[in-house]
Design a protein around this ligand. Structure first.
Ligand SMILES: *[C@@H]1O[C@H](CO)[C@@H](O)[C@H](O)[C@H]1NC(C)=O
Ligand SMILES: *[C@@H]1O[C@H](CO)[C@@H](O)[C@H](O)[C@H]1NC(C)=O
Length: 335
């Protein structure tokens, strides 16, 4: 019991000062709670979105992992402006870091429904945030208020994608999060998304076959043997790059669980960045706290998702409300 005191003290100093985070998030300056309803722009937008996510979850439980990654890829690069959704020969989605990105069909389906109900009213940027919130809730995460009123960006460039590799050190990962106004608690919390979803073997090969401990704590011997079986050395040209669960324990249940954190403590994390959390003092303390108390993680996730969803948003007269999430309105009308 004694060990929880320093844990709590650090958590508090890191700002989980509000234990009821999920119901009383600080409101981002420019966005509003229930924007579409309050201004009667599209009164039931959030209801339509939730219903669509519910329907699609019935056939594809991976939606949560896909949307979480999509939201992260959108918000960290040029802000939460749905630039990740734009098609084009040189758009963000063509960057190497965004290979294997999914969830686009989910957003497009929802957009089609919203266009038929409230034409030209609900931004793709808001749809992505709201749908992610609903999918996270359906996967055992918290439900949290998503402040709305985002507008969609007009540009999307592969060259602006600076998403780090999954083998990045925790210090550099933290620098990256801080460059977006997020802190160490947000980082450890948002990495909890790795509770679900899959990764290509290529992302972990360095840890399985030639990691000379350059990436910190090595992998648990049992996990290493299992992972090597799942990701055999790629020696032949054209040999397929298999997919493995980011968290072998909870990945197949499609549920957010605390096992992501407990497996870091037993050196069973799959990605380098996940196992790295054991190396920093704060990152380790938070990992221990979340491994011990799933509720703490859920509360923190509500707060961090909201903070991530507020990165460099466009509001007011900025940007536009896209009619089709894949193209800007100007390009849509060209053809
Ligand atoms: C790891 O160490 C071994 C033996 O010391 C060496 O042969 C190998 O090239 C190293 N691998 C990397 C990726 O540095
Ligand atoms: C390796 O994982 C097992 C569970 O699979 C655990 O019991 C053991 O303590 C772990 N070893 C280390 C060094 O953390």
């Amino acid at each position: 019991m004694a060990m929880f005191f320093p844990v709590l003290a650090i958590a508090l100093s890191l700002c989980i000062s509000n234990v009821d985070a999920a119901t009383s998030l600080p409101q981002p300056v420019k966005l509003e709670w229930h924007y579409y309803k309050v201004h009667n722009i599209c009164h039931d937008a959030e209801v339509y979105i939730r219903h669509q996510v519910e329907l699609m979850m019935k056939t594809d439980k991976y939606i949560t992992a896909k949307l979480l990654r999509l939201a992260y890829s959108d918000c960290f690069v040029s802000g939460c402006d749905a630039s990740i959704l734009l098609d084009g020969p040189d758009s963000e989605k063509t960057a190497p870091q965004n290979r294997g990105l999914g969830g686009f069909v989910v957003i497009d389906k929802i957009k089609t429904v919203l266009e038929s109900r409230c034409k030209g009213k609900v931004s793709c940027a808001d749809i992505l945030q709201l749908a992610t919130r609903d999918a996270v809730h359906m996967a055992g995460g918290p439900s949290y208020p998503v402040f709305t009123g985002r507008r969609d960006g007009m540009t999307s460039k592969a060259s602006s994608v600076d998403l780090p590799s999954p083998s990045i050190s925790w210090q550099n990962a933290l620098k990256y999060f801080k460059s977006r106004g997020l802190d160490v608690l947000d980082m450890v919390t948002l990495l909890g998304a790795h509770s679900i979803g899959k990764t290509h073997c290529r992302q972990v090969e360095d840890r399985l076959y030639n990691n000379n401990n350059t990436l910190g704590p090595s992998m648990n011997a049992t996990s290493l043997a299992e992972m090597r079986k799942l990701c055999p050395p790629r020696v032949r040209k054209g040999q397929s790059d298999l997919l493995v669960f980011l968290n072998p324990e909870s990945g197949s249940s499609y549920k957010l669980t605390k096992s992501y954190y407990s497996r870091i403590l037993t050196h069973e994390a799959v990605l380098g960045i996940d196992q790295q959390l054991l190396l920093g003092e704060d990152t380790k303390t938070i990992t221990q706290e979340f491994a011990a108390d799933f509720e703490d993680f859920r509360k923190s996730l509500a707060l961090s998702m909201s903070r991530m969803g507020s990165i460099s948003v466009l509001t007011g007269q900025q940007g536009e409300i896209r009619e089709n999430c894949q193209v800007t309105n100007a390009n849509l009308h060209k053809y």
